[in-house]
Design a protein around this ligand. Structure first.
Ligand SMILES: [Mn+2]
Length: 296
């Protein structure tokens, strides 16, 4: 495969400082050479521009920094679309999860209809109307499904993914209103309880059936907070009871085995909250697993 790494150092979608350094932390964990070692050709497209918090004001309380985030996502969408058009595999490094609205817009522009596997501790299914915080990193899954007004219009395609083709994996911390929205939607959610009871292998097979059945492409969006804080302490919204180190790798290995996943986000790594670069290193290794690294 031909792989292109692109960074989206956006921290405006949430209120902790440091997640804009996520792309550097993951690159510093030898991402490039790990991908090369798998036999892929790798290039690094650098980072897109994202403004500093100090330069701007959040303006809206229900969708903080909406203008800036939309602008960054539009730029990212263009870049990701170009990478896809060159028949390369984009690996998009966040940044907070708001950037997935841009990467998925780009994938949709270039490749048309596709499925989506969203691995996360949270559902990210709020809209500006329902969000208790106004933090846009809690809204991107709703937005790519066509909910959330202006946010849903990024990239000029609404919705970018049909809810029937969305599998949400690993959730364990969902706002009450948001739970209702998820339950009333057509996305398929696999909670931590599903993983506890049925095991990661069967959950991922079902998730890929949802996202991949009849689709030629599946985009995977991996929020590092899906992993238990004991293995991934460097993230802004930690929740206990997450994926184990091996469950996280197994999920990525199964994504790779499917042959359907042709684009990936790795988001919410925050080196200022990390222990050394433990979380950045895990993120880089998970990307390698999603690109075909196996134990033997
Ligand atoms: Mn998320």
């Amino acid at each position: 495969m031909n792989v292109t790494i692109i960074g989206a150092p956006v921290d405006l979608g949430q209120q902790r400082r440091g997640v804009d350094m996520g792309p550097s932390a993951i690159r510093a964990a030898a991402l490039n050479s790990q991908i090369k070692a798998l036999g892929h050709k790798v290039e690094d497209a650098g980072n897109i521009f994202a403004p500093e918090k100090e330069q701007r004001s959040p303006r809206s309380k229900s969708a903080r920094y909406q203008r800036e985030i939309i602008d960054a996502c539009e730029v990212l969408a263009k870049e990701v679309a170009k990478i896809c058009q060159r028949d390369r595999f984009p690996v998009v490094l966040g940044g907070d999860h708001s950037i997935a609205m841009g990467s998925i817009a780009g994938v949709t522009q270039a490749r048309g209809e596709h499925g989506l596997v969203w691995i996360d501790a949270h559902a990210d299914f709020n809209t500006p109307e329902t969000s208790p915080s106004g933090n846009i990193h809690g809204m991107p899954l709703a937005a790519v499904c066509g909910r959330g007004g202006t946010l849903a219009e990024i990239g000029g395609i609404t919705p970018k993914v049909r809810e029937e083709k969305v599998a949400l994996v690993g959730i364990r911390d969902v706002d009450a209103n948001e739970a209702e929205l998820v339950n009333d939607s057509r996305i398929t959610a696999f909670t931590m309880r599903d993983i506890d009871e049925r095991g990661m292998r069967r959950v991922m097979e079902d998730a890929l059936q949802v996202a991949g059945g009849s689709m030629k492409h599946v985009h995977a969006s991996f929020d590092i907070d899906a992993v238990d804080p004991r293995w991934a302490p460097g993230s802004g919204t930690l929740v206990d009871g997450g994926l184990s180190y091996r469950e996280a790798h197994l999920a990525c290995e199964i994504l790779s085995d499917s042959g359907l996943v042709k684009s990936l986000d790795m988001v919410e790594v925050n080196p200022l909250l990390d222990e050394g670069n433990k979380t950045g290193k895990l993120a880089a290794k998970l990307v390698a697993s999603a690109l075909g690294k196996s134990i033997l």
